[in-house]
Design a protein around this ligand. Structure first.
Ligand code: DQA
Length: 292
């Protein structure tokens, strides 16, 4: 059977020590024997494989990045890097090559720090706890998937990699007085900080919604955005309901924009007295004590 698929089998740190290293956990097979078993199985399935091992995160990242032009899939045992390498996770997330994460041992039955895999959420799947069979089962998974199904996965991943999403950032600032200049200056400061922290270009902006507490009526904050040249972006001002005990003279903003960034990468901005509204976003030494 010829599959026309070519896979990269990647072993991470310390897996060159297989056979000698904690054999009660990882078994007695050496890496050489393991690779020989992988190659034999791949041949039976009509798949070509390249087996590589490195103890260095950067080398593994280089191999993953290069995989896009060379391989249809990756079988990856990241070793201990599984549990903390965001760089490896990002490398896998950034390519349209399906990756099956494998482990010789059952990482969920071991120490707590091994229960987390930062790789798993971006992997196509994960197989662990079955010794060297994990690699052979991963080979079968690749062999059994039709070329059409695999092409559909790659296409979907490519679309996802390039697709921008509309995200929103929040911000707030308070002013000392219900004064036109103060409102416009504070709004400008707030918008500038939001734009800077989130690297937003004018053309990425979708809409900006401003709200002010009922004690501020000297100016529409949207005017500050107009003065900054946001002419094509829809802007909207609203007055908030008057909640007892809320931070007085406060301007809030919700800015919607298109980006490739994830939800957790949004930098929300709270300035001056409004820092008190989201103390969780601040470092303890700069937070103030006002209630909102
Ligand atoms: C391993 C599990 C990891 O926790 C450990 O650090 C390894 C090997 C496995 O194959 O079981 O190096 O990935």
């Amino acid at each position: 059977m010829k599959n026309n698929k070519c896979l990269l089998v990647l072993h991470g740190p310390n897996l060159n020590m297989l056979g000698k290293r904690e054999p009660e956990i990882y078994g007695t097979l050496t890496l050489e024997t393991l690779n020989a078993l992988i190659c034999r199985k791949a041949e039976e399935l009509g798949i070509s494989v390249d087996c590589r091992q490195s103890n260095h995160e950067g080398v593994l990242i280089d191999l993953i990045q290069e995989a896009e032009s060379k391989y249809n899939g990756i079988i990856f045992n990241p070793g201990a890097l599984t549990h903390y390498s965001i760089a490896l996770r990002d490398a896998i997330a950034g390519i349209a090559v399906p990756t099956i994460e494998v482990h010789l041992s059952n990482i969920y039955g071991r120490e707590d720090f091994r229960h987390l895999s930062v790789i798993a959420p971006v992997a196509r799947g994960q197989i662990c706890g079955l010794g060297h069979q994990a690699y052979l089962l991963a080979l079968e998974a690749f062999a059994n998937e039709s070329t059409q199904d695999q092409a559909a996965w790659v296409l979907e991943k490519k679309i996802n990699l390039s697709r921008e999403k509309t995200r929103a950032v929040r911000g707030a600032i308070d002013v000392a007085m219900n004064d036109e200049q103060e409102i416009l200056q504070a709004t400008t400061e707030l918008l500038r900080e939001i734009i800077l922290k989130n690297n937003i270009r004018k053309e990425d902006a979708v809409a900006v919604i401003f709200s002010v507490t009922a004690d501020l009526n000297a100016a529409f904050p949207a005017r500050a955005a107009r003065q900054m040249g946001w002419n094509d972006v829809p802007l909207f001002d609203v007055v908030e309901i008057d909640v007892p005990g809320a931070l007085p003279r406060c301007i809030r903003v919700l800015l919607l924009f298109n980006t490739n960034k994830g939800l957790h990468e949004m930098a929300h901005v709270y300035l001056k007295g409004a820092i008190a509204l989201r103390k969780d976003l601040q470092t303890p030494d700069i937070s103030q004590n006002k209630k909102g």
